[in-house]
Design a protein around this ligand. Structure first.
Ligand code: HEC
Length: 207
């Protein structure tokens, strides 16, 4: 029996006993108590008949490394983060917009190097990009780029790398972050070996 059903039964019992009192008892004071019981019981029943809605926080995107096989997978996750947990789309547009309070990020993956992108996200005050969209002196944007790796947004390194992959992909650039750079939770010592086996070495040899 669910909690609500139990409470409804109690409500019904209270209403019922109130009705019985009104039917059977003549004493004025007891009749008042019976009347109050009916009102309270009905009130409870009405409240319980309102559908219960749990307001849960939005489901967090789980970063499951096992499912990430290619840089494109990273970009797909990065895109989700861009529009959800990362809150980037609250401020930035991808493509020009009159109302934008912050820089348009269209083509940003081609304009900025991967290192610069990482710095823009984790040390936003190191280099402040100014608003050149109007005549005269460029001005600072009214909003501030938040530290993406700190609270309240607090993206992990893996999530930041994925966002960079997305920014590069949507700019038509080759994705320069590799899956081997992702931190595998609880497997820190194994990571250097993995890095050595994959991408960067192959690239170094190719040059
Ligand atoms: C509160 C608003 C806000 C949020 C949220 C935000 N940004 Fe920014 N961002 C800005 C502002 C303002 C600037 C320009 C000033 C500066 O460079 O610090 C900027 C600058 C940048 C730049 C550098 C642009 C350039 O041309 O040099 C990048 C890249 C960037 N943001 C990416 C992101 C990403 C990715 C996210 C989400 C993970 C994000 N931002 C979230 C406001 C925001």
């Amino acid at each position: 029996m669910s909690e609500v059903v139990k409470l409804q039964l109690i409500g019904l019992a209270v209403v019922g006993s109130g009705a019985l009192i009104l039917l059977l008892v003549r004493a004025q004071f007891v009749r008042v108590i019976g009347f109050v019981a009916i009102v309270l019981g009905l009130f409870t029943l009405t409240a319980l008949s309102v559908p219960q809605m749990a307001s849960l926080p939005p489901v967090e995107e789980k970063f499951d490394i096992a499912t990430v096989k290619t840089p494109t997978d990273m970009a797909t996750i990065g895109q989700k983060i861009f529009f959800s947990k990362g809150q980037c789309a609250l401020c930035h547009t991808i493509g020009p917009s009159e109302s934008a309070r912050c820089p348009d990020l269209k083509g940003i993956g081609a304009k900025l190097s991967r290192e610069f992108l990482f710095e823009s996200l984790t040390q936003p005050q190191a280099y402040i990009y100014l608003d050149y969209r109007h005549e005269g002196q460029p001005k600072e944007y009214p909003a501030r780029m938040p530290y993406i790796n700190k609270n309240p947004i607090g993206l992990s390194k893996n999530e930041i790398l994925s966002v960079i992959a997305f920014l590069q992909q949507m700019s038509g650039e080759p994705i320069s972050v590799s899956v081997a750079e992702l931190e595998v939770p609880g497997q820190a010592p194994a990571a250097p070996v993995k890095v050595a086996q994959s991408g960067p070495v192959a690239v170094a040899q190719a040059h």
